[in-house]
Write a protein that binds this ligand. Sequence first.
Ligand SMILES: Cc1cc2nc3c(=O)[nH]c(=O)nc-3n(C[C@H](O)[C@H](O)[C@H](O)COP(=O)(O)OP(=O)(O)OC[C@H]3O[C@@H](n4cnc5c(N)ncnc54)[C@H](O)[C@@H]3O)c2cc1C
Length: 501
Amino acid sequence: MPDSGTLPRSEDQLATEHFDVLIVGAGISGVGSAYHLIHQCPGISFVVLEAQDSFGGTWLTHKYPGIRSDSDLHTFGYRFKPWTSAPIATAEEIRRYMGEVIEENDLARHIRYRHSITAASWSSADKRWTVEATNTATGQPVRITCGFLWMCQGYYRHSEGYLPQWEGMESFKGTLVHAQTWPEDLDYAGKRVIVIGSGASAATIVPAMAPTAGHVTMLQRSPTYFRSGRNAIEIAEELRRLQIPEEWIHEITRRKILFEQDMFTRRTFQEPEKVREELLADVQQRLGPDYDVTTHFTPRYRPWQQRLAFVPDGDLFEGIRSGKASVVTDEIERFDEMGIQLKSGRHLEADIIVAATGFNLCMLGDIAISVDGRAMNFADTVTYRGTMFTGIPNMAWVFGYFRASWTLRTDLVADFVCRLLNHMRAIGARQVEVALRPEDRDMKLLPWIDDENFNPGYMMRGMHLLPKRGEKREWSHTQDYWKEKDEFPAIDLNGAEFRYS
Ligand SMILES: Cc1cc2nc3c(=O)[nH]c(=O)nc-3n(C[C@H](O)[C@H](O)[C@H](O)COP(=O)(O)OP(=O)(O)OC[C@H]3O[C@@H](n4cnc5c(N)ncnc54)[C@H](O)[C@@H]3O)c2cc1C
């Protein structure tokens, strides 16, 4: 991938480079947003700044064994580019797909890698952002101005994962690794491995390591819901047999998946007990009648109150059935030289301990944001549809869905941002800000997400960092794709919540 911007520049040059739009991040959101800008806002100038040395974001950062999506790629893929392989994809396949989007749309010339943004300040007088970055290849500072900041930096810190601190960790004589910073040369052949955690990452790592390792123990404090199924979608296979064009297959398969996901999500609210029973019955059937599903696979929360991980072809359960992997549900008391002492009194010995303990939520890519010389505290703002924020002009953030594929929202938000940019051009506005209307003045302000609705650990740990939400739909990230897909295109850009100047 060509890398422009690695040459040192003088202060003068730094200060003069200007773009209409600056996209932060070349993950699946940043690349998708760049595609939409080119196609929906012809003639607009833009640049994508990415801290890492290539595109992919999540799919570049994570390198643990077996790394794969747990969403199907018909909906995790963009609506504009058909996905033509098995629905659950490896990180490598996702990056290949993104690479094709970059190549087919000549996006490479707009992307600058190894550009880590540290600060962005808005000037209402100049109607522009001044963005400060470091070219990590040369150590040189880079300054770019832009009219609009499109935040596609994701929601967690890429440099390091979340590692709880347990007593005695330093005394462990084996190797301790975090799933997010995987040493690619780690040799685990024949080794005793403990994987701490039971989220989607642990459920991927355990079956991927099990055939090679001596034994893999998944150590969890509390269980997670899993759904299993064939890594194939019948309707896509059938349409392919009929030699239907891939564009049609993509669209039809997306619609079918979205329809079924909607039904399933509704059922988790309407009849959570029934859904719980079905999920657990499937696990029991996969693990055999004698397996203790109550202890190891029965979560304390309602299905979909936390992410529900998909296990393609039931490989996690295969690993357990084969005896190469096992599950321990217990709490860690402390680490010691040989492994982990559990609160129950049991001791687990290990050569390698893998912390699949999640990530650190991080706001706006750790970029210090200021508006007219005033440092912004993101948590003091109120969100407009989880995309714009009161008090921060000319900025939009792509924050995807939890219960549906993230990328569905990348496409939706992109349509909205492009429409907004075109509208501003048409009315001659250079600044747009969202603000509460008189009728919103008494609206109750609440945390970003209702923990009754969705409450994974990383969100609960970082809720105080996130903007507020209002009681009204338009002042919240509803997490409801099925409504937003109609609401977003219908947004009235002349509404009183938009202030232009
Ligand atoms: C292991 C894992 C598996 C997942 N699987 C799924 C799944 O199957 N389905 C699903 O819907 N979601 C999944 N998610 C959620 C996932 O993060 C999103 O789906 C999606 O990949 C996020 O894309 P993004 O482009 O918005 O952000 P990211 O992938 O986080 O990319 C953001 C990019 O911005 C860059 N960046 C950040 N800050 C700066 C800065 N200051 N300066 C310059 N660049 C910066 C980063 O380097 C990164 O490349 C998963 C998450 C993880 C961690």
